[in-house]
Design a protein around this ligand. Sequence first.
Ligand SMILES: [Zn+2]
Length: 86
Amino acid sequence: MRSLSRDPFARLNVVRRQDTGFTVDRTPTGDSFGERMYSCAWCDTVRYTPKGHPFTYRYGVSPDSGRDHFTLQGFCCKSCHDSYTA
Ligand SMILES: [Zn+2]
């Protein structure tokens, strides 16, 4: 989990978490369950780790006290997240 920025008034950090999937569930047509699960909710881009696994970023907030909250959808980048939630 990586901290992107801090909101001192709300006393929380804006954070990012990487969710990594696998491409092993490929069907005979070449479709991949992992790629469908891990495509960007806004632009459908699938990003891959250096080892070839699809992944998305989940954005959320981490308050100084209490639990972290993340989006249910995965995104390829912060600007897609911001467009989706705007
Ligand atoms: Zn995107």
